[in-house]
Design a protein around this ligand. Structure first.
Ligand SMILES: C[S@@+](CC[C@H](N)C(=O)[O-])C[C@H]1O[C@@H](n2cnc3c(N)ncnc32)[C@H](O)[C@@H]1O
Length: 213
């Protein structure tokens, strides 16, 4: 966990805080006005609506891996979805808590942040949807120790273990590290089917569905 925490240390969070800070006030104003809370480009790019529709179609709690400061978890919670946001970095999560505290109590109750490793986690109760927005699956390829794909493989195993039968997972930008074919190996190894689509959405996304019981 230490190397991960270093990767997204307080210093890195300060950088992101600057980025968010550009419109932190705007988040606050939007919350008070009952509007979409984050920058409208995030809604207009289609990314948020894509994850919202996916979450609504399962109608249950959604797990976001590598949720960072909760950009997507909080937006989904604000739209009525119950979300668990998991991230390795305490500074990122504490910034997420700070943003979440701007929101009404019902939104705060729908979003839960936990510190954890997306390559080594387990849920008490399986879920129907796991999402990894904004390139965050890539971090698995840059992690120290093991071959570049060791951690990515562990992450996929944890995802499949944490899903109900026919539950789905969504990975943003899955073709990084020339790993297009690798997804077929993973599908066979862990029991899921998938499509990779880049024509309908904001980015290329992989949508997987667990086929193993
Ligand atoms: C680009 S940021 C988060 C973006 C977030 N998904 C979003 O859409 O706003 C990437 C995050 O991945 C987290 N991260 C990297 N490796 C991780 C791991 N193995 N387990 C959990 N979180 C991880 C970092 O701490 C960081 O907060």
């Amino acid at each position: 966990m230490d190397t991960l925490l270093n990767a997204y240390s307080q210093e890195r969070v300060e950088f992101i805080r600057g980025w968010w800070g550009m419109y932190f006030k705007e988040i606050e104003e939007n919350v008070n006005a009952g509007k979409f809370p984050f920058h409208k480009s995030e809604r207009d790019s289609g990314e948020f609506l894509f994850y919202l529709n996916a979450s609504r179609s399962v109608g249950e709690i959604v797990l976001e891996l590598a949720c960072g400061a909760g950009r997507m978890s909080i937006a989904l919670g604000h739209a009525g979805i119950r979300v668990i946001g998991l991230d390795a970095s305490l500074p990122m999560l504490s910034y997420g808590h700070k943003i979440l505290s701007l929101f009404p109590e019902d939104v705060q109750k729908r979003v839960r942040f936990v510190q954890g490793d997306m390559c080594n986690f387990a849920l008490r109760k399986p879920v129907r949807l796991i999402i990894i927005p904004f390139n965050s699956f890539w971090y698995n390829f840059y992690r120290m120790g093991g071959s570049p794909r060791t951690h990515a493989d562990s992450c996929v195993r944890c995802i499949i273990d944490a899903l109900e039968f026919e539950g789905r997972f969504i990975v943003d930008a899955p073709n990084h590290n020339n790993c297009g074919y690798w997804w077929y190996e993973m599908a066979e190894k862990y029991g899921f089917r998938f499509v990779i689509s880049d024509d309908k959405y904001f980015h290329t996304v992989l949508i997987g569905e667990k086929t193993s019981r």
